[in-house]
Design a binder for this molecule. Sequence first.
Ligand code: NAD
Length: 336
Amino acid sequence: MKVLVTGGCGFIGSHFIRTTFQVRPEWEIINLDALTYAGNLANTLDIQSHPRYRFIYGSITNKELINQMIQEVDAVVNFAAETHVDRSIQDNEPFVLTNVLGVQRLIDASVHHGKRFHHVSTDEVFGSLGIDDPKFTEDSKYDPRNPYSATKAASDHLIRAAIHTHSLRGTISNCTNNYGPYLYPEKFLSIGITNLLDGKPMKIHGDGKQVRDWIHAVDHSMGILDVLERGRVGETYMMGGNAEYSIEDTGKLLLKIMGYEENMMVFINDRPGQDRRYSIDYSKISNELGWQPKLTFEQGLREMVDWYRKNENWWRPIKEGSGYRRWYELQFGEKY
Ligand SMILES: NC(=O)c1ccc[n+]([C@@H]2O[C@H](COP(=O)([O-])OP(=O)(O)OC[C@H]3O[C@@H](n4cnc5c(N)ncnc54)[C@H](O)[C@@H]3O)[C@@H](O)[C@H]2O)c1
């Protein structure tokens, strides 16, 4: 099997490549990545010497490049995206270009060359749940509520349309919030851990009552592999971590793991359009493909904290970069 992974220098894409080589060492992987602020060659440092790995610098919006690369492979797994909600609120253009136009170009090339296409999407396309609402399923109504999730919803619709009209051999997976090593320090957990390691408090948006379902990026990667290999073409599969926590409780757990008192948690203004709760019913993938998340949140979070402790040389240069500092100041109204 030869696979084109797009966005493999990001957080989840790099976990997917590493996990795939562990369980399918005979596979070949070409990683195409535009190396945006979120793409980092250091995420694939341990993969780069693998004899069946190749990195190509480029964008999924580049029609010629995509058409050329896709002819070499059996399947495409698309992780490439602009992914941060706060950034989409500040400037939506890169989100529309990559998440909509780029995905359409991948679809067109996959249809044209008859390739299998798996698209990695998010539960955020379904909007927000009330505390007592039933969990999201594959049949939930699309209801995106910020520019990031609107562009991801658009890409899901484009894929469903191509499956219907052009017989695209496509599948989609919608997954909840991922955590683990290599999470870029602009997300709640990675800012929290790295701030705490610097003796600074962790920040909680709003009242902290927003509920998230946390899944480790390796569990997510294994699910994607299952769908790619054994999923039914044309179908969507939901993935969740079986770990619903409010942001406040997540913060308390993190403080406990890192040995801090609760006064190291500060509440800041909520982001506009904040979703209240995400929760996933993953019984379809579980019944059809036997997939289950393996790591408990507490166990995975301990391992994540340990990784950030040991890999300051990964996150420190990111946080000290001028682009990151500018973003941090704009986001939190204070210097990092
Ligand atoms: N992080 C989560 O919690 C989560 C949850 C569910 C789904 N997802 C989805 O999983 C995918 C990966 O998310 P992530 O958190 O690893 O994101 P990330 O921001 O860490 O990585 C995105 C990667 O895509 C690359 N990229 C961006 N634009 C590109 C382009 N035009 N061409 C080629 N490469 C490009 C970046 O350089 C980066 O390496 C996304 O599609 C995201 O929507 C993420």
